[in-house]
Design a protein around this ligand. Structure first.
Ligand code: HEC
Length: 184
């Protein structure tokens, strides 16, 4: 019987949160992710305007973590970006995150729409996850080498990140996710 039973669609049983709580935490998580994205991409675009792609690579190398740390302080949350193909090894996923990333990856491969969701982490804190997708701007540093990503810029990336895996993407690709935790 259990082999045939369909998985429960009841949010409360799956996540440990009531539907009303899920909705309000989802809203909070989306707000943090959106404002973090705005801060990071604003800083990135400014650095690109001021000194081109290589300047922006240096800027991200120095400032991505400090920026995310200060956003974590502002929002009283633990904010992280993570992916299955890392540029900065410090962004590697933990076990739980790797499982979420793989699920998103499979959904993306099937052409499904990837959705943010919340769940309880260690029974106490709220864990929020949201997919990060690639757009044309991103390809200047994460695209196909010699095509959307200039070879000289890739050489510059490799100097900073000798183990870089985060290239070869096209617009619309699933790139990674926000993993954000905050208190209930
Ligand atoms: C100017 C080059 C540049 C552009 C443009 C760029 N990135 Fe990145 N990206 C980087 C660098 C450099 C890092 C590593 C930052 C660090 O050291 O913390 C990075 C890291 C990331 C990470 C964290 C995971 C990892 O692999 O370390 C994600 C997610 C990401 N980029 C997504 C994007 C998205 C989405 C866009 C477009 C909106 C984008 N990037 C545009 C250079 C770029």
């Amino acid at each position: 019987v259990s082999c045939n039973s369909t998985p429960s669609t009841d949010t409360a049983t799956e996540t440990g949160l009531s539907e009303a709580d899920s909705l309000s935490y989802l809203k909070k998580g989306k707000g943090i992710a959106a404002s973090s994205f705005a801060v990071l991409s604003g800083a990135l675009q400014k650095a690109m305007q001021e000194g081109g792609v290589s300047n922006a690579i240096d800027y991200c190398h120095l400032s991505a973590f400090p920026l995310i740390d200060s956003l974590s302080q502002i929002h009283q949350a633990e904010i992280k970006r993570t992916t299955l193909k890392v540029r900065n090894p410090k962004d590697r996923p933990n076990e739980v995150e790797a499982a979420v990333l793989k699920k998103y990856d499979q959904q993306a491969a099937k052409g499904e729409q990837l959705k943010p969701f919340v769940t309880l982490a260690d029974g106490q804190r709220v864990a929020f996850y949201a997919p990060i997708m690639m757009n044309d701007l991103c390809l200047k540093c994460h695209g196909k080498i010699g095509e959307t990503l200039a070879e000289e810029d890739y050489i510059h990336i490799q100097k900073r990140y000798p183990e870089d895996e985060a290239v070869g993407y096209v617009a619309g690709d699933f790139r990674g996710m926000w993993s954000i935790q905050f208190d209930r």
